[in-house]
Design a protein around this ligand. Sequence first.
Ligand SMILES: Cc1cc2nc3c(=O)[nH]c(=O)nc-3n(C[C@H](O)[C@H](O)[C@H](O)COP(=O)(O)OP(=O)(O)OC[C@H]3O[C@@H](n4cnc5c(N)ncnc54)[C@H](O)[C@@H]3O)c2cc1C
Length: 403
Amino acid sequence: MNPASDVHGIGDGRVLISGGGIAGLTLAILLRESGWDPVVIERAPAMRTEGYMMDFFGTGWDVAERMGLVREIREVRYPIDALEYVDKSGSPTFPAVPIERVRRAFGGKYTYLRRSDLERILFHRASGAGVPVLFDTTIRSVQETGAGVQVTFSDGTSDTFRLLFGADGVHSRVRELVFGRESQFDRFLGYYIAGFHVPRREYGIGRSLKIYEEPGRVLWCYPLDEQSMDAVYFFRHDDVGRLAHEERLAFVRTQFAGAGWIAEQVLQDVPAAEPPYFDAMTQIGMPAWQTGRIALLGDACGCLTPLAGQGSHMAMAGAYVLSRELQRSGGDHRRAFPAYERFLKPFVTKKQDDAKRFAHQFVPASRLQMAIRYPLLRMTYSNLFIGRFLASFGAKSILTEYA
Ligand SMILES: Cc1cc2nc3c(=O)[nH]c(=O)nc-3n(C[C@H](O)[C@H](O)[C@H](O)COP(=O)(O)OP(=O)(O)OC[C@H]3O[C@@H](n4cnc5c(N)ncnc54)[C@H](O)[C@@H]3O)c2cc1C
């Protein structure tokens, strides 16, 4: 396909991608490979390093395999061998689940890595392919004309592109400028998440992902190396609106006051300068993901929340399907964009519904629920049932249904 030959657009294949995260970088690579000329703009001043561990399998693995990225993804290693639910003294509530058992259940096509690892791998591939990634840059205004999309950037300069993609995450600027206020599309699920990268002390983390639960609040801890670890806090709370950066740590400390295991201790030890990852668990649901020459992808149009554990998979699938549809249609966005939405949206909607239902399992509501839960979890993670459990959790790539 030669986009420049398309009589429907402006005369070249220059497209703008707002957001250099998983969705934006995947799309940039795939469009570059099929002859387009993508430019990525990213609000952050450099590649972001904050993040948390993600499970990577199913659809995400499938896209990575199609892009030839699996070797690099497999090379990312962390000293985590098992998954353990612990009680308030840190003792396991049932025997640890070896990660190898999970990997086997996915037929070997499973790993875990931080969001920043995946972004780094994608960034290197995109840069190597000659995709410009402009940091510290956002869009101030957007105007679609018959011939293209005119964009004014944060530095006051303007440019015209044939297509514009909003891959700028759950609080997407492109979505706001083109489709309207976030409040029309967001659905707060009643939970918050806060993640901290902290020095490892005598917490007894060992080599496992440890999960500690109390009614309404949950802590995940896992080692990154000998010196550091991540602590990720999930808790139930009414909507508090946007909290300023400097208010967040104090807010999380209040929510975990009196909590067991190391939940309070770690929060006391968080370096004051550590920027927390903090967000409300908010899904994005939109009647349409695209209009004219502008399309959204990833969390910008279909945020699942971490409750679904497959946001990066859907971000990569969105990029894959968009690039394929543009290729198939000879660069005609009028056919490609609706086809992309038609295929992907039902899967994302289903995963969002599943995540909503799963929310009260993720953060237990009562001691009674916890008491019932551990025998069930133990059974679910057993050799006998783990395959069936994971099959219902997105082990199969949705792209097997994409013709
Ligand atoms: C704790 C946690 C655990 C998770 N676990 C998993 C998991 O196990 N598996 C999984 O698949 N997913 C998981 N996810 C979800 C996954 O990380 C996201 O769904 C995925 O990263 C979405 O990719 P994205 O590119 O659409 O958005 P993002 O990763 O948010 O990227 C958006 C990019 O746009 C940039 N940006 C924002 N605004 C602008 C602007 N105005 N202009 C320019 N750039 C802008 C941002 O800086 C960012 O780089 C988890 C998420 C959380 C929070």
